[in-house]
Design a binder for this molecule. Sequence first.
Ligand SMILES: Nc1ncnc2c1ncn2[C@@H]1O[C@H](COP(=O)(O)OP(=O)(O)OP(=O)(O)O)[C@@H](O)[C@H]1O
Ligand SMILES: [Mg+2]
Length: 265
Amino acid sequence: MSNLNIVEVEGLTVILGGCVVLDDITLNIRAGSFTGLIGPNGAGKSTLLKVLLGLIQPVRGTARVFGHAPGGSHGLIGYVPQSANTQDSGFPVSVQDVVMMGRLGPDRIGGLYNQADRDATWEAMEGVGLASMAKQRFGSLSGGERQRALIARAMCGGPRLLLLDEPTTGVDVVAQDDFYNMLTRLKESHKITIALVSHDVGVITSMVDDLICLNQKVFLHGPPGEALKDGMIGKAYGSQTEIVMHGHDVPHRHLPVHGEGDENG
Ligand SMILES: Nc1ncnc2c1ncn2[C@@H]1O[C@H](COP(=O)(O)OP(=O)(O)OP(=O)(O)O)[C@@H](O)[C@H]1O
Ligand SMILES: [Mg+2]
């Protein structure tokens, strides 16, 4: 991992529907890092990813991705949106068909797939452990398998940065370790950068190189060991949340039952 930043966000403010969703945030993502983005519901995590993709315009501040304004680095970014795995078109498309769509882009609409596309598709399915399910209907996959297929689709376009918005939705607790190990392997073998939004605070703090905790503002940013010391996660999640340390120095989020604590957060 280098100290080069492939994402640089400075003084970024985003207003949606009249509300300030991101308020003067400054952060960066290091090349080759596994960066975890955490924060409560409505914190602006998905919004931040959409800004990086050029889908949402900030009212103030700048975002640079690979040195370009957002939207200028298509092909370099692979993206799996939040809840993408619940989509089922009802079409009898196979896993392989879905993954191979990742080879299409603005410059490739309507063309026929070639051998390079088929090779990349196969490699991407192997990378996520789905090669044996290539012919299976996408709609018949489990939630966790669909996530893997969508990651393969994002990977087979050959991105340098993979943005994943809550990819562990539908992945059971036991399978989560496998899932994160798979991402770490992909990151190493393809020399890419991964930024991932997650609510698995306990798990990702033990997996990532850098942790960014957002809630409208940046509450913490840095290696998880440093970041966790000062109780800033608790502040970001509000006073109803307590981060308790379990074994292995892994923090877990403890959400009190309704009515406990104050009315904020
Ligand atoms: N198009 C929009 N118009 C108005 N408000 C919006 C729009 N899109 C998002 N918001 C609001 O912006 C805030 C941040 O949304 P965002 O989806 O970024 O949160 P998040 O951190 O990804 O939350 P979650 O963990 O629930 O996915 C929310 O309060 C949401 O209601
Ligand atoms: Mg979100």
